[in-house]
Design a protein around this ligand. Structure first.
Ligand code: GDP
Ligand code: MN
Length: 398
């Protein structure tokens, strides 16, 4: 689960992390009020709050190419209001939002920082070493993927073993990686401990600070923060769940989570309903192999009931991009005849406006196929994975 920048900063602040003062704002008037609260700051920063990065270099739809991006530094409370007026409700397109962009529904109004240097720092779960990876670079403020591509030597990585925890040598490694000296090195070590503590306590799976800045008066502050949490541990963090902003999430994914379906929206045209994550991945691969693109990943799970299959069907058919549906079920614990009945019931309830290919294999497969053939519905039966992929791609592409 992702949260907004201002929420991430509030979470980090609980752990003692130095962040600029700021207030979220949902209207131009609130934005102006926020700026007044921050009086004393020579400049204010008006920051779009969307679940995507690259906001600074992003472009608003409907404003010319010369208009300012999604992060704006302005001088007065009235400027804050005027910019808020222009930004709120408008769609911001960044390299992370895709072409469709994201509507800006809230802003974060912050006191400005006097930036001497921009650095990069992130913590993430490294599945290979089973540790927390620390990634640091002196090249902050820019797209880290670009730094990794052009100057990989400028990215330093080390790991922290959760069994033994954080040690002073990790702090020294960070200071070396970021070229921090004297008191700044001490601030860096302290920050790393705070971030690591927050990371573990809140079950984060990614914490990215870009930029981490050194100010003119030699202070280290977190200027941007992006955090995502391990969904499997949200049950023990009601405070984090309360930060969820469903308007930032795919509606189909929200609906799927209500039925305990593992669903991820993709960009293609073939809707997929599969049981088992491995089989679902293989199904996506073979659709591509046969020349089309999947519209989603969907694992209905081992114990798929008629209700679940129906819910899955509704979600798949609610996607206007879907031009055909491929059901690929391996009946193991679940019997093929039960699945066939579930699919038929779902099709009868939801209706079917696009071609549907069903491939069943496993326990009671013959009975399952007979149920589908006898249903009178326009369902194309397939024998194996390749046959199923070929048939659905042909049905869609003609
Ligand atoms: P992102 O583009 O979505 O990653 O948003 P950031 O929060 O990283 O902001 C983009 C850039 O805006 C930063 O890299 C800074 O260069 C600049 N910026 C953000 N806050 C301030 C600030 O307080 N003062 C100044 N001068 N620049 C800022
Ligand atoms: Mn950033």
């Amino acid at each position: 689960m992702n949260i907004h920048e201002h929420q991430a900063k509030a979470v980090l602040k609980e752990f003692g992390v130095a962040v600029p003062r700021g207030f979220p704002a949902y209207s131009p008037n609130e934005a102006k009020e926020a700026a007044k609260q921050l009086q004393g700051s020579p400049v204010f920063v008006v920051k779009s709050q969307i679940h995507a990065g690259g906001r600074g270099k992003g472009r608003f739809e409907g404003l010319g190419p010369d208009a300012k991006g999604g992060v704006r530094v302005v001088k007065t409370a009235d400027d804050v209001k005027a910019n808020a007026d222009e930004m709120l409700g408008r769609v911001l397109v960044t390299h992370q939002t895709g072409a469709a962009g994201k509507q800006v529904n809230r802003l974060y109004i912050e006191e400005g920082a006097d930036i001497a240097k921009e650095l990069y720092l992130s913590l993430l779960v490294d599945r290979v070493s089973s540790r927390v990876s620390v990634v640091a670079s002196t090249e902050g403020g820019m797209d880290i993927e670009e730094v990794a591509h052009n100057t990989p030597e400028k990215i330093i990585t080390f790991t922290i073993d959760p069994a033994t925890g954080i040690f002073p040598h990790h702090g020294r490694a960070l200071a070396r990686a970021l070229n921090l000296k004297g008191d700044l090195a001490k601030q860096g070590a302290k920050l790393l401990t705070q971030l690591y503590t927050a990371f573990l306590a809140k079950d984060m799976d990614m914490l990215e600070i870009n930029p981490l800045v050194v100010t003119g008066d030699e202070k280290l502050i977190v200027l941007d923060a992006k955090v995502s949490f391990d969904s499997n541990s949200l049950f023990r963090h009601p405070d984090i769940v309360a930060l969820r902003d469903e308007t930032e999430e795919d509606q189909k994914e929200i609906e799927a989570s209500k039925f305990d379906l593992s669903y991820i929206a993709l960009d293609g045209e073939i809707g997929c309903m599969v049981n088992g994550a491995g089989l679902a991945m293989a199904t996506l691969d073979i659709i591509k192999l046969y020349g089309s693109e999947p519209a989603n990943f969907l694992d209905v799970g081992g114990g798929a009931t008629t209700e679940k299959v129906t819910a899955a069907f509704k979600i798949i058919t609610s996607d206007p991009k879907v031009k055909g549906i491929l059901v690929n079920i391996f009946g193991g614990i679940m019997k093929c005849d039960i699945i066939a009945e579930g699919v038929i019931a779902a099709v009868k309830e939801v209706g079917l406006k696009v071609p549907l290919v069903v491939r069943l294999e496993g326990t009671n497969v013959e009975l399952g196929k007979k149920i589908i053939n006898d249903s009178g519905l326009n369902v194309i039966a397939a024998d194996d994975l390749a046959d199923a992929a070929a048939k659905i791609v042909k049905a869609v592409k003609g």
